[in-house]
Design a protein around this ligand. Structure first.
Ligand code: SF4
Length: 95
């Protein structure tokens, strides 16, 4: 029987190759108008998004798990998102 372990244990085995260029861009004006900040902070399992003191949304793209959830739920025009360049981003491993 395959033993998967806990989510934190499995994520600890993931490897990240950090791209210096972010694959996520927030349209801050659209995000502010749609009040999208709290939603993005709440739904991202990796804590990529944060609310900044000036009201903007911070993005820690290097932590992205490439799950696509933010892109699926963000109001139209708030996010530009694409996969990191080849060989960059997260690599999930088992065992
Ligand atoms: S793709 Fe997933 S992990 Fe990456 S920023 Fe969006 S919600 Fe977070």
């Amino acid at each position: 029987m395959l033993q998967l372990g806990s989510l934190p244990d499995r994520l600890a085995k993931a490897r990240f190759e950090t791209d210096s260029t972010s694959h996520i861009t927030v349209n801050q004006g659209a995000a502010k108008a749609a009040k999208a900040g709290p939603l993005l902070v709440r739904i991202c399992p990796a804590g990529v998004y944060s609310l900044q003191d000036d009201g903007s949304i911070g993005v820690l793209h290097a932590a992205c798990l490439e799950c696509g959830t933010c892109l699926a739920v963000a109001p139209p025009g708030v996010l530009e998102w694409h996969y990191p360049a080849g060989g960059m981003g997260v690599a999930f491993r088992q065992g």
